[in-house]
Structures are given as C-alpha cells and as structure tokens.
Design a protein around this ligand. Structure first.
Ligand code: KG4
Ligand code: ZN
Length: 341
C-alpha cells in the first residue's frame, strides 16, 4: 500500500460539497453532495452554502474513502480548492483539509479551481483508458463564474488568450433562465427546453470585438428587451415561446463562444481542443464541438458529465500531478476568493 500515491481531493468553492480519492492517477471515488437549499432564492446564498458545506463535509469525505476502499492512514496527501469561489465555502474546505493534513502528518496541496476544471481531462477511470489531450492544447473553460480560452503547454504551464469582460457564459444562461422565471441553476433547464425549440426563432444582439475576449452584457439586455416587449403585447408570451426563447438564447451564447474559439485555434494553429466547466455539460455546445472534427479538422475532448460541473476528482487529479513534483503548501495556506489562473 505504501508505494501507491493516494490523493484525497476536497472541493467546496461554491454550492457543491465534494470529496474524491485518486490512486496513481486513477479515480476510485468521487462523491458530490448538491445543495438544494438555493433553488428558491434564484441563486447561491453564500451564508447557506457555508452552513451546508459544514454539515456535509465529514460524511462526504467518509463516503469517498469508503468507496475507494482506503482509510485515512493510506492517504499520501490532501488537495483542496484554494479559490476562486465564495470565501465562506472555501474556508470550510480549507480548514478541513489543513486539519486533516496536520493530524495525519501528510502534505497539503492547494489547487486553483479553474486549473482543476482543465486538468479534469487527465482523470483516468479504473476500467477504461481515457484519451487525454496532447500538449499544447486549447481549452474553452466555461463555468458559472468564468469564461476563458486557455492555451495549455504543460500540466502547470498555460496562457489565457481571452476571457469574459463581464458575465460568464454560465451566468448568461442563469440570467436568461431567471428572466424566464425558471429556477436556479438555469443552464440545465434552458438546455432541456431548447431541445424542442427553434434556435433561429429570435435574434439577439451581441457585442463584437477583434480579440479573443467575450462579452455577454449586450446579449442579456437584448434578451430582456425581447421578453419585455413580448409580454407587453401578449401576457402569455413566455409560456407560448419558452422552447424557442431557450433555443435562440442557447444558440447565441454557443455561437459567440465558438467564434472566438475558432479564431484562437486558427491563429495558434492548435487543433487539440478541449472544453471544461459547468457549461461544457450543455448539449448544443458539445454537438457544435463534435461538428468541428469534420468541418475544422479538430481533435476534440469533452469531459464526462460527472467532471463538467464542480467535483473533487478534478481537484484530486491536479493534486496528484502537484504531488509528483512535490509542490506542497504550508499549513498557513489560505483560501482566496479571487484567485487567478
Ligand atoms: O463549473 P460549475 O459547476 O460551477 C462554477 O465553477 O461556476 O458551473 C456552473 C454553471 C451554472 O451557471 C450552470 O447553469 C451551468 O454551469 N450549467 C449549464 C449546464 N449545466 C450546468 N449551462 C448550460 N447547459 C447545461 N447543460
Ligand atoms: Zn467550477
């Protein structure tokens, strides 16, 4: 047992409490406790999120160890999400990880959440070989808080080519959902309704720029005006057009993302293209990416659903690569709500 590298990963940056065990780069457990308490508020309530993490963290870690068939004594190191995220939520994970590392006398490893989303492409399963991207590759990282095009040249070497100037792609999905009266998080619901809608039924304005940066504020305003005007003319406008509104909004967001991603791929001459983060669970985004295999000669990498939204397996795999290079944190390590990649 001693020669195995057993990493416990802990993720608590937003509203999911998760623990994972990765042994020699292979996932043995990935337990995620979702928090339903936020749904009725139309967004994550930070104070409630911290309290839920506090309740969930011990049972979630216990279950991950049990599922992986290991005990605390088998652990080589503990990796935790240092940021970015909600401070109260991060503090729960970091305090837990630090105490456990001090108690067991094993190294502590700090992981940037966005970095975790990207390295999720290197998680291996017990019974199947996962085809991981080759360096250099481009990753479109799209979550509730971030939208970035990153050029990755090695596990820990990367360059942000472009990012959002205002809302993140996930935020754009969630705001559209809120305008339509759908509960939080709205992305998955928009995705569902869009399946039976016409993506070109409505046209929404989108800001144009010549770089690789994104902006969704113009789209959001345009979407809001369309809905307000529609409801003024017909009080049943939303229910009568729900699927078309969702499909058209989704189409606009996905096309905006691909316009920049295509330009970045063309100019860097990189054809290994990955997507990561919560919005990479979106079916239109995944289909559009797959279509680029034939139309643009891309080799594409789409994470399993389990690794798209927040999970600790991505933190544990990033921790595994840091462990191999002995990149450990001091016990004075502290969470950072605005940590940059
Ligand atoms: O990465 P993630 O789980 O958490 C953050 O780090 O932010 O991303 C959450 C975001 C939310 O905005 C959610 O609405 C969006 O991902 N999302 C989706 C889908 N599933 C999750 N957006 C569009 N389509 C989906 N299927
Ligand atoms: Zn995330």
């Amino acid at each position: 047992m001693a020669h195995r590298t057993v990493i416990l990963g802990i993720e608590s940056s937003c509203d999911d409490t998760s623990a994972s065990v990765i042994i020699d780069g292979i996932k043995h457990a990935n337990v995620i406790a979702n928090q339903d308490v936020h749904q009725e508020y139309g967004g994550v309530v930070p104070e409630l999120a911290s309290r839920e993490h506090q309740k969930n963290i011990i049972p979630v870690v216990d279950l991950a160890l049990k599922k992986a068939g290991v005990t605390k004594k088998d652990l080589s190191a503990i990796a935790y999400t240092q940021g970015p995220g909600l401070m109260g939520s991060l503090i729960v994970g970091s305090s837990f990880a630090k105490s456990m590392s001090a108690g067991l006398g094993i190294p502590l490893i700090e992981i940037n959440h966005m970095h975790g989303h990207i390295l999720a492409h290197f998680i291996q399963e017990k019974d199947e070989k996962n085809d991981s991207p080759q360096f250099p590759f481009l990753c479109l990282t799209v979550s509730g808080g971030h939208t970035q095009i990153v050029k990755i040249t090695d596990y820990f070497e990367f360059e942000i080519l472009g990012e959002t100037k205002d809302d993140a792609a996930g935020e754009a999905f969630d705001k559209v959902a809120k305008i339509l009266g759908l509960p939080y998080p709205g992305g998955p619901l928009i995705d569902q309704h869009a399946k039976s809608g016409n993506p070109t039924a409505f046209q929404f304005g989108i800001a144009a720029s010549n770089d690789y940066n994104f902006s969704f504020s113009g789209f959001k305003t345009s979407f809001l005006y369309t809905v307000q005007k529609g409801v003024d003319e017909n009080p049943h406008f939303i229910e009568e057009n729900l699927n078309d509104l969702c499909a058209s909004a989704q189409h606009t967001i996905v096309s905006t993302l691909f316009k920049k991603l295509e330009a970045a791929a063309k100019n860097t001459e990189i054809r290994e293209i990955a997507i990561a983060g919560g919005v990479s669970a979106n079916s239109a985004l995944r289909q559009t990416l797959e279509a680029h295999v034939n139309s643009h000669g891309w080799k594409v990498f789409v994470p399993k659903f389990e690794y798209c939204t927040d999970n600790a397996a991505m933190i544990a795999i990033a921790g595994y690569f840091k462990y191999l290079r002995k990149d450990f944190a001091a016990l004075s390590s502290a969470p950072s709500a605005r940590l940059h990649l």
